[in-house]
Design a protein around this ligand. Structure first.
Ligand SMILES: *[C@@H]1O[C@H](CO)[C@@H](O)[C@H](O)[C@H]1NC(C)=O
Ligand SMILES: *[C@@H]1O[C@H](CO)[C@@H](O)[C@H](O)[C@H]1NC(C)=O
Ligand SMILES: *[C@@H]1O[C@H](CO)[C@@H](O)[C@H](O)[C@H]1NC(C)=O
Ligand SMILES: *[C@@H]1O[C@H](CO)[C@@H](O)[C@H](O)[C@H]1NC(C)=O
Length: 578
């Protein structure tokens, strides 16, 4: 009897302890620039809900994405580690997954914050974009899938939103088509023509099979191109619920509404248990989309419409938290995986990339515009409302912050690069945990940031910088994204040094004359980079050509009938139809 009572008491204790754990709602936008939200200074784009979140919490003004590209940035966010540590940093030009049937992804050995929280009894959900792989060896293993990385529930897009997912929005493969299909076709046409002329002139007796061969080659190339164009959308742009496909190809009709409604259902279902919701928006990546209520309503074209729709979604989530009286027990975070993609301009000249405010560059490079992203953290009653903090912080910091608040120890067998944000957010300290931050362009160390403990200065030294094209532009418009090595960059020895705290626009590189401690500062930064390099281990490259390529045997398809891959089991309110 006594034992039973004690057991009951213990269970009650455990219950109340579990109930006292805070909830987490982590909102991640795609390609949203720091110059876009109203609370970061935009006067014409309307983001009242993001602004409301900022007013109720802390606005970080030097919040940095661990990488300026989706896949590596999200890998770092999920694991609290630089993407090179998990093999999620490419050594080639392609830095993100482009096919759903690639074998690369977040390795099963990596530990996400979702996994830690699930182990602490949290209900965990990812709604929206993942972009960290699906399967390793066979289509049923789901080794990289959110449900294998600590999420009880997944509803969304395993790959990413892209132009090819929406009819009439163009293609991200235009340059590749030009190189791999159109150029060979032109060469074949020239060869055929030459053969015909030579034969006609009687100068050369080409065997008929030569004509046939060239003709077949051309037909094959054309067939591949048409096949690719026809099948790309269903094969890569589909929605899943847990491990089942629910809509293939994905429809953009009310897409934000559906995902938002599902996120709200998740909150309501779990109001009594501690939960982690990661709402990972498909906005603001191209193809841009918005529903009837938002289309044509903003002052900034389809980009503005999409941003205002995303802001609406943020508002819906905040409203549900209020309604469930959970706001005071929930830490809400809002950020973007990297800066705005400034090179997104359509052939008609419509600007489809966002604003990085005063900052140089953007997505895919490590100028401040590519990595300095919105960063808002709200937790009423715990974090003072209306604060603005300019210390260097990283999206990797969410991992240890969330783990600690949930009562989870950090993994001891690996380096965690993120730092607990709470002491800074609660103003227990004025300094962030980052004396140094390392800015990678894919797997190449691009720049180092140093905030010396005894000073207010923040220094940033570049080992190389991207060659903007055309020259004088604020981005790599000729290649659509900046690349990280070779002819596409300028190497700097000595490194190009800026004092970011005084020159946030990165306009005036310092010299030994303009900065008397020039060599001393660079030496400290180079030593830090060398120390950091010694902590790196050789790991399998998840973004190697072999892991990036389309592997037909990994392809998921919801219909067993041939190659059509068409189905729709999505409900308008986000729930699955029976
Ligand atoms: C989108 O949602 C609205 C409001 O719920 C509804 O009236 C409309 O029919 C939906 N549109 C589509 C294309 O499903
Ligand atoms: C506000 O955002 C829009 C859309 O990205 C952009 O065109 C505009 O320049 C921004 N305004 C400011 C002041 O940054
Ligand atoms: C939430 O916390 C704030 C700030 O401490 C307080 O003013 C408010 O009354 C609390 N709301 C609820 C519902 O407890
Ligand atoms: C700050 O400390 C570093 C070493 O920790 C030293 O090199 C540097 O001179 C110091 N700067 C100032 C302004 O005291």
């Amino acid at each position: 009897m006594m034992t039973l009572l004690l057991l009951l008491l213990f269970l009650c204790e455990a219950q109340s302890w579990v109930a006292s754990k805070p909830n987490f709602v982590l909102l991640m936008a795609d390609d949203l620039g720091i110059g876009d939200p109203g609370c970061y200074g935009n006067k014409t784009l309307r983001t009242p809900n993001i602004d409301r979140l900022a007013r109720g919490g802390v606005k970080l003004t030097q919040h940095l994405a661990a990488s300026p590209l989706c896949t590596p940035s999200r890998a770092a966010f999920m694991t609290g580690r630089y993407p090179v540590r998990s093999g999620m940093a490419s050594q080639s030009q392609v830095g993100v997954f482009l096919f759903s049937a690639s074998s690369g992804g977040l390795p099963p050995s990596e530990i996400t914050f979702a996994k830690l929280l699930k182990d602490q009894g949290y209900s965990t959900a990812l709604i929206g974009k993942w972009h960290l792989g699906i399967s390793c060896h066979d289509p049923g293993d789901f080794c990289h899938h959110p449900t294998s990385h600590g999420f009880d529930y997944f509803h969304g897009l395993p790959l990413t939103n892209m132009r090819d997912c929406k009819l009439g929005e163009g293609s991200v493969f235009t340059a590749a088509f030009r190189l791999l299909v159109l150029l060979p076709m032109q060469l074949i046409a020239v060869a055929l023509l030459t053969l015909v002329v030579l034969k006609w002139l009687g100068l050369f007796r080409a065997p008929p099979c030569a004509f046939l061969f060239l003709f077949l080659l051309a037909t094959l190339l054309l067939g591949l191109l048409l096949g690719f164009l026809h099948y790309f959308r269903p094969l890569n742009c589909f929605l899943m619920r847990n491990r089942d496909i629910t809509q293939q190809p994905m429809s953009y009709d009310n897409l934000t509404q559906r995902l938002t409604a599902d996120a709200a259902h998740f909150l309501r279902r779990n109001a009594e248990t501690p939960f982690l919701l990661v709402l990972s928006f498909l906005h603001m990546h191209t193809a841009l989309f918005s529903s009837k209520d938002f289309a044509g309503k903003s002052q900034h074209g389809s980009y503005g419409d999409a941003a205002e729709e995303m802001d609406w979604s943020v508002g819906q989530i905040l409203d549900v938290l209020d309604e469930l009286k959970l706001a005071n027990n929930t830490l809400v975070y809002f950020s973007s995986d990297q800066g705005a993609h400034v090179e997104e301009v359509t052939v008609k000249g419509e600007v489809q990339g966002g604003s990085n405010g005063i900052y140089k560059g953007g997505k895919a490079n490590n100028w401040e515009g590519g990595i300095r992203v919105p960063g808002i953290v709200r937790w009423p009653g715990v974090i003072q409302a209306g604060l603005e903090i300019d210390e260097p912080t990283s999206n990797m910091d969410i991992f240890p912050t969330v783990a600690k608040l949930a009562g989870s120890p950090l993994p001891q067998d690996r380096v965690i690069d993120g730092r607990d944000l709470m002491p800074l957010l609660r103003v227990r300290t004025r300094r962030s945990g980052h004396e140094f931050l390392f800015h990678y362009c894919n797997s190449y160390l691009n720049a180092v940031r140093w905030h010396p403990p005894n000073s207010t200065s923040v220094w940033k030294a570049f080992f190389f910088t991207p060659k903007f094209s055309p020259e004088g532009a604020n981005g790599c418009f000729d290649t659509h994204v900046c690349f990280c090595y070779g002819q596409y960059v300028t190497y700097h020895d000595p490194p190009l040094l800026f004092e970011i705290s005084r020159d946030p626009r990165e306009r005036n590189p310092l010299t030994p004359t303009s900065e008397p401690r020039f060599w001393e500062i660079l030496e400290a930064m180079q030593e830090a980079a060398a120390r950091h390099a010694r902590t790196l281990q050789d790991v399998p490259n998840q973004l190697s050509l072999g892991n990036l390529m389309w592997k037909p045997w990994l392809q998921l398809c919801c219909s067993s009938l041939g190659l059509s891959c068409q189905c729709d089991r999505e409900d308008q309110d986000g729930r699955q139809s029976p």
